[in-house]
Write a protein that binds this ligand. Sequence first.
Ligand code: FPP
Length: 232
Amino acid sequence: MTRKLNKIPTHIAIIMDGNGRWATKRGLPRNFGHKEGVNAIERTILACLKYGIKYCTFFAFSTENWKRSKEEIDGIFNLLRDYLNKDDNIFIENQVKISSLGVLEPFPEDLKKSLYEMQEKTKSYNKLVVNFALNYGGRDDIVRAVNSLIEKGYTKVTEQDILTALDTKDIPEPDFVIRTSGEQRISNFLLYQMAYSELYFPSVLWPDFNERYFYKALKEFQKRNRRFGGIK
Ligand code: FPP
């Protein structure tokens, strides 16, 4: 029997892990895993629309990912470039707003331009907001937030001050964080923001993630009893 979904998370954040392993298992270069990972992103966006999720954040490139080979980094940039420039655009077709977290400055100029253009084109949409975390690190986000407050003249800050200075200031904190591939780590993702998030670590590799796994994740979320430090 299919369990009814009573609780739908407002914001899902995803660490898309396992692309490299997916490719290596097939004797393919790692970038094939990332390529297939883009299809999983597309399936996930459609599933978010289907189940009424309002915000979905994908960890696409971390501040630590610069340590990877130039070939792999260029490969990821190319995938992002193709994705933003393709004709049958999932964002426009489905009224999805695209946004980003992280410091875009070191990215290639044309890539930034494509991203800004897509943000501009989709800025009035509100069915779903998709955030790509790019050159994003949770610690870096907190440090930048605090420094921006210092620049504004603050000498002391509250939790709320920091929340309103983070890259996520315009969106709610994630209710549900999914990391695929069975690894159980946060890896410097939305550190401040996931203080009360429910965490889920399915063993599926990211390129294999599909609507079935998405539904399974939502079913898992039904079982969670969120207390935010209180007593039920
Ligand atoms: C983690 O798997 C995945 C990444 C570091 C990159 C994810 C990037 C994409 C899916 C492409 C980005 C494109 C768009 C359109 C946003 P891993 O490589 O660490 O896998 P492994 O642990 O198996 O080696």
